[in-house]
Design a protein around this ligand. Sequence first.
Ligand SMILES: Cc1cc2nc3c(=O)[nH]c(=O)nc-3n(C[C@H](O)[C@H](O)[C@H](O)COP(=O)(O)O)c2cc1C
Length: 203
Amino acid sequence: MVKILGVAGSPRERGNSSLLLDEALRGAKDAGAKTSKIILCNRDIYPCEGCGDCDKTGECTIDDGMDKIYNLTTSANGIILAAPIYFNSLNAQTKAFIDRHQCIWTRKVLLEEEVTDPATRHARRGLFLATAGANDPHAFDGALKVMNMFFAVLDIKYYERLLFFRIDRKGAIKKHPTALNDAYAAGEHLMVEIARSLGELAE
Ligand SMILES: Cc1cc2nc3c(=O)[nH]c(=O)nc-3n(C[C@H](O)[C@H](O)[C@H](O)COP(=O)(O)O)c2cc1C
């Protein structure tokens, strides 16, 4: 069964990006995926300390539960990450979560280990959902550079993005004419693409 992991990056519960995430997960689930969700603001994820311990072992020595999350981000067939734009980048909780994948980068690049299953790696896919308050389509440029690297480290070569600007107040996304439907459809599409790539759907 296709496993899709949602990551809610915003500190605002039921905020704009989280509402998009829930719709995308609903779309993926309705299309047949097994979905799960991590809400970053409900966890105390410490920022990377740059200690270099993982250079030798591939293991992070910060004891805050991220070890269980690595199992999820490396084993899910698809990852949907949703976050707000803060200061032209990802918000701090999301960036800390991403930075803490440094040990996965280390395993892969320095230690030359497999970080995902070689048998299903080709089917890994991502979806990035983001909202920004300003009237500026370039508000996402910095975040997209981060997401390119994050998904690449996790062996996700292809990812879709849904980016909504001029969405500021909590819940403003609900007034957008298509956003929630777009997110639902993107979640459905993600599931179908992965299943097709795994050979679980007829062409
Ligand atoms: C600290 C902070 C920094 C922000 N920086 C930006 C920014 O650089 N560009 C922008 O377009 N919006 C910015 N915003 C607005 C948020 O991106 C916007 O409100 C977004 O829809 C929030 O999504 P959420 O409800 O999922 O948290 C910022 C908001 C906060 C609180």
